[in-house]
Design a protein around this ligand. Structure first.
Ligand code: NAI
Length: 695
């Protein structure tokens, strides 16, 4: 687990766990023992800590975090945190200089170990990430991060890094002072480490010295107070108090930095224990660690199917989705061909992908040679014959049945003999598309989210006749491109579009009820959604929602007059031409030249506002969340979703459903079952059946 070797008067301690280097009870014990061995060996004058694995040290492992969160006993969590702090303190104060040789990612506890060392050298490779991302997962650093980082680089930058949980490339980490040196090869890493030990016999970090002063402004200076005031304001604005981990991390910095380091570390462990015993941390750990990881292991992949061996991927449509999906495929190593009929769209798609690649190089996320290989793998064409032999075709043309079925017929001759055809449709039932393609067994839905180069979720939709092999290969592909896949059965809007659509509709209903638009948007944020419902309608485009409604009415042969998209859609699309952000006008105005968007002032003419008493706010906020939960239950009931836990992950990764609740199903537990059902009953009696929970 920890390999110890000698290099002259120095010891090398390498993390080498069977799979991934992580912190758990066993590895912490093994590390502490190895450390003690070298610290008490009088022949040894210094230590280099490194790794034999791809990562330096990835932080606490899943089971450990889950076990602590489930225990929900602050005393027990404090002890676990303090035990690790003591080992890291021993690294720092054991009397021998210690260098961290960071040859792979050092995140969370992994970077906290490096922080306790006396010098940090990292390999300059873009794949390596360094930082303290705990707060993004509902947690906070608990092994010295909130104490050593501010003492090392000052309040301003450390607060920013801790509260935003940013992961830095080695060169960014150097620039911000998180590490001291960069090297270009693994060999240099150890040599530089040994060379540093040669010239440094002292083994003390400055914060252990009496005369230590914080770099930059102190907490109690006017500037320090301003930094905290600004951090608190940013926190409120971003989290509305939903994330205790953020507040506790801030408190740990504020209180801990004013006392000697060891006391500061104790304060941190106390706040860490408080954070982990909240329902929010439990919910987020469960969904974002445990369940997300479960999905990455492809639980719904049919067994006994050989792995996919895709080489060439074709994307039909170089629009907003197609161009981004193409970039994702080329980055994952596929020979990628993007086909459109519109030369302008193709040109723009190429510019789009190349500028993403350039940006990644600039940020040191890609090396110039990796960037060049990705560019080589990207091809833009208007000619079907270039697609010959494609193993996978992903269709992302207009959301229109006729156009889609025509391209399926056109592309079929160019699909390899066992190739599969996927549609990125966001709403059209897959079974009917599969029929029009005449390829029912080799047809599947692959619903990406916009912006596809960033959004981590992929919703895979089974048509009635989709073959197990097609599903297996679609899942292998999802894994290869680094997306988290969920598998759902066919149905209008599948799972994700169907559920998040109810959030937008609830906002539209409120508009009709006379709730002031700015209040609707603010309450959406306060409920925990990342975007207000009206802004979201503009993003999705009101015309798309309206045409989906019309298509549904046509398919079902009924009028959906109760749907607020029906009359608001008619007004905005047919009368006002305000179809959404893509034309610069919808519920918002989008000033040219990147000015900040603002709510369209004329909204009040069409939807006169009434006054709303603050006592109504709770109902309004709950309506936003409960309406989605009720729809999710309905989708599950109808068999669209295979597993509720998949729905939790999808709701957070797909459309940002209040992450602190653990997702759209876990919401029930987060609220408390009894309270949840009482509240749902109340909302359904007062506002309508859409809040009824069906089980
Ligand atoms: P878009 O309008 O930006 O792009 C569609 C592209 O298809 C255009 O470049 C057009 O020239 C091209 N095209 C049309 N007919 C073609 C043909 N016969 N052969 C080749 N190319 C053709 O649309 P967008 O937003 O990229 O949507 C594409 C698909 O992705 C739709 O099915 C949509 O429902 C789905 N989708 C959209 C999302 C979004 O947020 N916009 C999210 C998830 C899925």
């Amino acid at each position: 687990m920890i390999e110890v070797s000698r290099e002259g008067a120095y010891a090398l301690l390498f993390w080498n766990m069977p799979k991934v280097n992580v912190l758990n009870a066993e590895s912490i014990r093994a590390f502490a023992e190895a450390l003690e061995g070298v610290l008490t060996d009088s022949q040894i004058r210094g230590v280099v800590i490194g790794s034999k694995k791809r990562e330096f040290l990835a932080g606490a492992d899943l089971e450990t975090i889950q076990e602590l969160a489930e225990a929900s006993d602050p005393h027990y969590i404090f002890e676990a945190s303090w035990q690790l702090q003591s080992v890291f303190l021993r690294v720092e104060t054991g009397g021998k200089p210690v260098v961290a040789a960071i040859g792979g990612s050092a995140l969370g506890g992994g970077y906290e170990l490096a922080l306790a060392c006396h010098h940090r050298i990292a390999l300059n490779e873009p794949r390596i990430e360094i930082g303290l991302p705990e707060t993004t997962l509902g947690l906070m650093p608990g092994a010295g991060g909130t104490q050593r980082l501010p003492r090392k680089i000052g309040l301003m930058t450390s607060l920013e890094l801790i509260l935003e949980g940013r992961r830095l490339s080695p060169s960014e980490a150097l620039q911000k002072g998180l590490i001291e040196e960069l090297v270009d090869s693994s060999q240099d890493l150890i040599e530089k480490g040994l060379a540093w030990l040669h010239t440094h016999s002292s083994a003390s970090n400055p914060w252990h010295q009496k005369e230590f002063r914080l770099p930059g402004p102190s907490v109690q200076s006017e500037m320090g107070r301003n930094i905290f005031a600004a951090a608190i304001a940013r926190l409120r604005e971003r989290s509305y108090g939903h994330y205790p981990g953020l507040q506790y991390a801030l408190s740990a910095v504020y209180e801990g930095i004013q006392v000697p380091i060891v006391e500061g570390l104790k304060i941190e462990s106390e706040y860490f224990a408080k954070t982990l015993s909240t329902p929010t941390a439990r919910a987020m750990v469960r969904t974002l660690f445990v369940e997300r990881q479960r999905l990455l292991n492809l639980p719904h992949r049919p067994k006994d199917t050989p792995p996919a061996s895709f080489r060439k991927v074709a994307i039909l449509g170089a629009g907003m989705m197609g161009r981004a999906i193409g970039y994702v495929c080329a980055t994952a190593g596929y020979d990628t061909w993007i086909k459109d009929t519109d030369m302008g769209a193709l040109k723009y798609a190429e510019t789009f992908a190349f500028s993403l690649i350039d940006k990644a190089v600039k940020r040191n996320r890609l090396s110039p040679s990796e960037a060049e290989s990705i560019r080589q793998r990207l091809h833009y064409t208007a000619d079907y014959s270039d697609l010959a032999g494609s193993d996978l075709v992903i269709e992302a043309v207009f959301e229109n049945r006729a156009v889609k079925s025509q391209v399926y017929q056109e592309v079929r001759p160019y699909l390899s003999s066992s190739g599969i055809l996927a549609s990125n449709t966001s709403t059209l039932p897959i079974t009917s598309l599969a029929e029009s393609a005449g390829l029912a067994e080799r047809f599947i839905g692959m619903h990406f989210f916009s912006p596809a180069e960033r959004m981590p979720l992929l919703e895979i939709i089974l048509g009635r006749e989709t073959a197990p092999q097609t599903l297996a290969w679609a899942l292998d592909f999802a894994k290869q491109i680094g997306k988290v896949p969920i598998v759902v059965r066919d149905g209008r809007g599948f799972f994700t579009s169907r559920v998040f659509g109810t959030y937008v509709r609830e906002g539209l209903r409120m508009l009709k009820e006379g709730i002031p638009p700015a209040l609707i948007e603010n309450l959406g944020h306060q409920a925990g959604m990342p975007v207000g419902p009206l802004a979201l309608a503009d993003e999705v485009s009101i015309s798309l929602m309206y045409s989906i409604l019309r298509q549904t009415e046509e398919d079902l042969g009924i009028r959906l007059t109760d749907d607020p998209v029906s009359d608001i859609g008619r007004l905005f699309v047919e009368e006002l031409g305000r179809i959404g952000r893509k034309v610069g006008k919808g519920f918002y105005e989008y000033p040219a030249e990147g000015g900040k968007k603002y709510l369209w002032p004329e909204l009040s003419r069409y939807f006169p506002s009434r006054s709303v008493a603050p006592t109504e706010y709770e109902d309004l906020k709950d309506r936003f969340l409960y309406v989605q939960v009720a729809e999710a239950f309905r989708a599950y009931q109808e068999g669209i979703l295979l597993d509720k836990r998949d729905g939790d992950v999808a709701s957070i990764l797909g459309w940002g459903f209040a992450p602190f609740t653990g997702g759209v199903f876990h919401f029930v537990e987060w609220v408390g079952e009894k309270k949840f059902y009482t509240r749902a009953q109340y909302l359904s009696e007062k506002y309508g059946e859409r809040f009824l929970i069906v089980e």
